[in-house]
Design a protein around this ligand. Sequence first.
Ligand SMILES: O=C1O[C@H](COP(=O)(O)O)[C@@H](O)[C@H](O)[C@H]1O
Length: 307
Amino acid sequence: MLIVELLNLLSRMAHSGVHKDRGELRIHENLDELGTDLAEYIAELSEASVKERGVFTIAISGGSLIGLMGRLCEAPYNKTVDWAKWYIFWADERVVAKTHADSNYKLAKDGLLSKTDNPEQIFDNHLPLPPQPIVFLSNVNSPSPVGEFEGNHYQMPIVSAEEAADDYEFHVRQLVKTRTINVSDISDCPKFDLILLGMGPDGHVASLFPNHPVLDEKDEWVTFITDSPKSPPERITFTLPVINSASNVAVVVTGESKAEAVHLATDDVGADCLSLPARLVRPIRGKLVWFLDKLAASKLDGSRFSE
Ligand SMILES: O=C1O[C@H](COP(=O)(O)O)[C@@H](O)[C@H](O)[C@H]1O
């Protein structure tokens, strides 16, 4: 049954193409097909990592990506994916309380993780895994009375964006030390099994925005910004060296408003576009896959594809 579904899916995929530097493009007729292909892709990587290392280290972004991952909570993936072996990280997070509507953590929890068959396996540390499968941004997300909404009154969290970035990087470093997260063979960077990114119409990925100085960050694994052009202004984010050290990176983009940025990020374009954040995503030893719907792919150079 599953094989038949997959064959149908493959035959319905409108186009696909591979570019040496800018990855594989999978273009889908509609969101439903994209969601199925994305779930299949994540499930396969999860299975391979769990088989090889006993865990799956996955970093997710916020935004529309979370809704597009929804099929993972449905059959057959709700049964076949070994959620208990997942270590979940955030490619970026907004410096708000974990109960705040802008929190990527809240979005993923409400929109995805709490819909799995055994959410307690993910949220509680019942399983014999060191220390906890979800790496929380502990200070940012601490359930303290500050940094929470009280009625209509919101108080900023006690920590600064800088402290939140340091704290998150510390947690990631601990897990690299124990090799729960793999380490890159060419740098000291963490090598996540999979980093899932969305992309804004301006070509930003995670919280790496066009022309921002953090695009040049080479030393830190997690950095912070306090001037995001998209609200909220304070955010923390994986840096490009971390994203580009992952074993697999997927960029998931839908909708016409992002078609121009997809074109600028993946086609052969002029030098002035070379610093578009999404274009700077180029895993050094890993594999890059773009999941697009037809609208997001509508401005791509057609010459790259074969039916
Ligand atoms: O601000 C953010 O935006 C991007 C893209 O979001 P989308 O809703 O346009 O898909 C998201 O990937 C990132 O995690 C988030 O912080």
